[in-house]
Design a binder for this molecule. Sequence first.
Ligand SMILES: [Mg+2]
Length: 395
Amino acid sequence: MRQPYILHIDMDCFYAAVEMRDNPEIRDKPVIIGALPGSRGVISACNYEARKFGLHSAMPISRAVKLCPKGIYLRGDMDKYSEESDKIMAILHTFTDTIEQISVDEAYMEVSDLGKLFGTPEQIAVSIKKKIKEELGLTASVGGAPVRFVSKIASDLKKPDGLLIVKAEEVKDLLAPLQISRLPGLGSKGCERLHRLGIRTIGSLRKYPASGLRAAVGDGMAEELFDLANGVGYTEICTEREAKSVSREYTYQRDTNDREKLRKSLLYLTDDVARRLRASDLKARTVQLTWRTIDFNRHSRQKTMDFETNSSDILFQEVEKLFLEHLSPETYVRLIGMGTSNFNGEIESDQLSLFECKSKPDERLSRIDTAKDKIALKHGEDMLKRASFVEKNND
Ligand SMILES: [Mg+2]
């Protein structure tokens, strides 16, 4: 069987780089994209010159101005960046269509079967970097490895304008000295827990006694952590990123303004949507409440959160807020629905967001969700219908 090989392509301080390219006078200056000085927002991206002053994404702009008063502060132009993004992805598609774009400036691609056409992964990575440089005047960092998360680590390690190709037999040595915070999905709480066990590097995690780790974090998580520490992880490239939204609606037999009934329906619908998100490895930033009134008019209200999630409970909290705010108790509705969109940094990556976008780390919730998903797989989703949604068919 063919061994997978994955490249991770990540543009270097993308928004700032586009501005520097288009405006040579600011090229050697600290360039900060995001909120403007005097406002309450944060940095979404800054160049390396600005990082020398201690600036980084998500920093409040007020603090940035104190640290770097002479910086060039720009609001940014999302339309321009997304046009550039399309051009970058078009360049990647000249090599293969097995590409998974994960944000405006980041993508994974499978290159193991391109040998005859384009050469080794290293040759392909070099060609990609060269094309992006020549055609767009921008630099990309590229990492390559047999699994996704290692390729991402590799592209990050040599930034900017980096290239690091990791062979299967080199993965463990590459990971060993790195901080465990580099592992995907661990979050700050997860790191803290491992730190308390004296585990700081990925190498020390790998050598930790299995029984001790199981006792500390549970069997499932221990297994996952050992896998990661040994360089075992996802290799699949999901080329279908067509799902722009995941939603579900429910139509009542009779119009209703029964608040409790509506709320329970929403809870049930949210559970279902969240489970589908988790099954597809999607996290959403935008939550939408939809309802149809007696006159058949559709209404919807949505909220974009400053984090992304696929937790049933968090999604429900958000949609419930919309429900309480916007659907008045007098309104009779025929249909109610909940939807999610803006998946996995679709608007922007976490490094480059105009609005800082991070997964909300809540391990407890995500473990409950994982457990529920497993039961659902085994016994069918009906097992899991929230006990409170009992009136589904007798309204
Ligand atoms: Mg980037």
